[in-house]
Design a binder for this molecule. Structure first.
Ligand code: MG
Length: 368
């Protein structure tokens, strides 16, 4: 039966043996897109050099078609001049494109979205993740399989300790007993008491994130040299993002690796960071989704740099999406979902620090 006679038969109400996929053109009816801002409540007030908050609003996107629903999320943050309502508007601005396109052409769709939507990387990430979740489910394979990866190769993830009083810092460190490596936020005047509070509870390896908090190259060198003596494996973003030359100067005077975070959004940011940083922290909310994050991992590798996957405070949607790429990277800091009290989904889990990917198709999420 060719397409014309198939359509004729359908119109005549004859029983049809062919599946809908046999039609040359994909069905455009029944495709649905929803955008929703979800307030995620934090278990502890979350303080970094940037802000202090008790909740975070993230944008959730669902893309439904052929009886399959793909879920996506992006966490817009003030540091990148983004907010949830702006992210929602950005996604709504490409609603027509998303509803009229064949989702199996996800890379083409995302390149059009990147061209049509300025900024709003978290909103773009929500679209990319929803599409990739849908595609994985359509193909019946988990996303790590789509990318040709082995779920057994996931790295350990750190658990992050936000800036707090020494007493709360000790409490948070004890609560993180199951994690063999901790990430500690510094960059305010309390750096030494914070590290001393953590060290009074544990001798685990630490990774330290200054979140651009130190303001001069001299201060950064002095702090990093102090941290080196306290079992710190590497330091993330010691100086403001634009101080790349100063960071190069710092790197020549310290012995632990320096990882770029705020200085590195997309793959095109990476070449200029070579020699100033040893590696890059890749986050889906900064990159605009999985496809660009994958390009960033390959770009950094090609330049001889280390790779790390990080996250914002977000639900299991974004964190699980990032975890599917984690077999590719050297370091993971994928704990954003563990910091919240009302995660709407179950996805990736952590066992003794190791990321455990769900086996279901796509992201493998289940509703909490
Ligand atoms: Mg960071």
């Amino acid at each position: 039966m060719n397409r014309r006679s198939f359509v004729k038969a359908a119109a005549a109400g004859y029983p049809l043996a062919l599946p809908a996929a046999a039609l040359a053109a994909p069905a455009v009816t029944g495709t649905n897109l929803t955008t929703r801002i979800v307030r995620l409540n934090l278990q502890h007030t979350w303080t970094t050099t940037m802000s202090s908050s008790q909740y975070r609003d993230t944008l959730h996107v669902s893309y439904a078609r052929d009886g399959i629903t793909g879920h996506g999320e992006g966490a817009p943050i003030v540091r990148y001049h983004e907010d949830a309502e702006g992210a929602r508007k950005a996604v709504e601005s490409v609603r027509g494109l998303l509803l009229s396109s064949d989702p199996m052409q996800f890379a083409k769709i995302m390149s059009l979205v990147f061209k049509q939507v300025p900024g709003n990387w978290a909103g773009k990430a929500a679209i990319d993740i929803a599409l990739m979740d849908w595609v994985g489910q359509k193909l019946g394979i988990p996303l790590y399989s789509y990318f040709g990866l082995d779920a057994g190769d996931t790295p350990l993830t750190t658990f992050s300790i936000g800036i707090d009083t020494p007493e709360i810092t000790r409490q948070k460190t004890r609560e993180a007993a199951d994690f063999p490596i901790l990430k500690v936020k510094v960059g305010l005047a309390t750096d030494e008491p914070t590290i001393e509070a953590v060290r009074s509870v544990t001798d685990k390896p630490l990774r330290v994130d200054a979140n651009e908090g130190w303001k001069s190259k001299e201060e950064a060198v002095q702090k990093i040299n102090w941290l080196e003596k306290h079992g710190v494996q590497f330091i993330e973003q010691p100086l403001p993002a634009e101080m790349i030359e100063e960071t190069r100067w710092v790197r020549s005077r310290v012995h632990i690796p320096i990882i770029a975070d705020e200085a590195c959004g997309r793959a095109s940011d990476i070449p200029k960071l070579k020699d100033a940083f040893d590696g890059v922290n890749i986050k889906l909310d900064k990159s605009g989704g999985l496809l660009e994050a994958y390009r960033m991992i390959q770009t950094a590798r090609a330049l001889g740099m280390r790779t790390m996957l990080g996250c914002m405070v977000s639900s299991s949607v974004t964190v699980t999406a990032a975890a599917h790429l984690s077999p590719l990277v050297d370091y993971a800091d994928l704990d954003g979902n563990l910091l919240i009290a009302n995660d709407p989904f179950h996805g990736v889990t952590v066992e003794k620090g190791k990321l455990v990917l769900p086996k279901g198709p796509g992201l493998g999420l289940t509703v909490a």
